[in-house]
Design a protein around this ligand. Structure first.
Ligand SMILES: NC(=O)c1ccc[n+]([C@@H]2O[C@H](COP(=O)([O-])OP(=O)(O)OC[C@H]3O[C@@H](n4cnc5c(N)ncnc54)[C@H](OP(=O)(O)O)[C@@H]3O)[C@@H](O)[C@H]2O)c1
Length: 313
């Protein structure tokens, strides 16, 4: 028989229980939002050096940090493109006060020149609060067909260049007893793909370097964030080097359908203000790949073998 009283008691118990969980959850969310806002406010006036700022993700990162009131130092090889980004930043974001971006061309692969570049930047800005190691090139070609010079060029730019720049910036961060170093790695820093040996190797090296670094510099109040990103819709595949050192020159389908650079830049910005040690920005399939590589390597080896046989980029 229908017992209205019992139903009423059950419903009110359910209501009380859900309130007991919902209210703390809402309070937690509000506190987190306030905390996050406060952290974003702390970015005001920070000096952020971004490599690879002339295009793609680096350009989007310049927008992300500039609009938060940071002084961005835009680095890459092409001065004209850096000037374009600088003009667009000034035109797009009416920041108050306006801290004009600094254009500073440099070549990451010219590692011995990087300390003097850092000295010149410090002479203007006085400090570097956040270093974003983003500049890089990719690779298309089998191990056999890739000349050792190409391997060296990719490692020099992606790994040795970022490592040398970090070493040049660190003493000033240690002196200031604060700093943040960000490495833009890739899913391919966690899981290698065929036809990308040099690129994957450079990103794996970057991952390992940053883990050592993080442990060493924590005592100096310096944070290290590694960003392992999936495909982003940028010029990366067009600029990728082939085995003979030429440009791949094509927009791959996976890159074409990748994340918008602005979305990834926002995620990186949030990771920095939250001082995250690592983040993974990816769709489900690459995440499964990373899982397989770690926990079921024989399945991963099989899938990669099949992929290599298809010779698909
Ligand atoms: N696109 C993706 O699917 C994807 C996915 C995961 C991770 N990433 C990473 O994201 C980062 C940015 O790449 P992107 O996707 O934005 O590609 P992108 O549009 O080709 O940009 C690469 C940037 O790196 C700079 N660069 C290349 N060689 C350099 C050198 N020797 N010295 C200084 N700067 C150099 C380029 O500037 P100049 O040519 O003016 O020097 C350019 O600004 C890279 O580290 C890449 O590995 C990309």
């Amino acid at each position: 028989m229908f017992d209205g009283k019992k139903l009423y008691q059950s419903l009110s118990l359910l209501g009380s229980l859900s309130l007991a969980f919902t209210i703390p959850w809402i309070v937690f969310k509000v506190c987190r939002a306030i905390h996050l806002k406060r952290n974003y406010n702390a970015l005001l006036g920070k000096v952020v050096l971004i490599t690879g700022a002339s295009s793609g993700l680096g350009e989007a990162l310049a927008h992300e940090f500039y609009k938060q009131g940071c002084q961005v130092v835009l680095c890459a090889r092409r001065r004209q493109e850096l000037e374009r980004v600088r003009t667009e930043l000034l035109q797009t974001h009416p920041t108050v006060p306006t801290i004009p971006p600094i254009v500073h061309p440099l070549d990451l692969s010219d590692i011995n020149t990087l300390p003097s570049h850092v000295d010149k930047i410090l002479a203007v800005t006085g400090k570097i609060d956040i270093l974003i190691n983003n500049g890089g090139i990719s690779h298309r070609g089998s191990v056999l067909a890739t000349q050792p010079d190409v391997d060296i060029k990719i490692m020099l730019t992606n790994y040795f260049g970022s490592a040398a720049l970090t070493k040049a910036v660190l003493p000033s961060m240690i002196k200031n007893k604060s700093g943040h170093v960000v490495f833009i790695s890739s899913i391919q820093g966690l899981m290698a793909l065929p036809e990308r040996s040099a690129y994957s190797a450079s990103k794996h090296a970057m991952q390992a370097f940053s883990d050592s670094l993080r442990a060493e510099v924590a005592i100096h109040n310096i944070s290290v964030t590694v960003v392992s990103a999936g495909y982003i819709k940028t010029e990366l595949s067009r600029n990728a080097l082939t085995g003979s050192g030429g440009k791949h020159g094509e927009m791959d389908a996976a890159t074409e359908s990748g994340y918008a650079p602005g979305y990834v830049a926002t995620e990186v910005g949030r990771a920095v203000v939250q001082k995250k040690k690592e983040i993974l920005i990816s769709t489900l399939v690459p995440r499964i790949g990373v899982f397989l590589r770690k926990y079921l390597p024989s399945v991963y080896f099989y899938v990669m073998e099949k992929r290599a046989q298809k010779h698909s980029f």
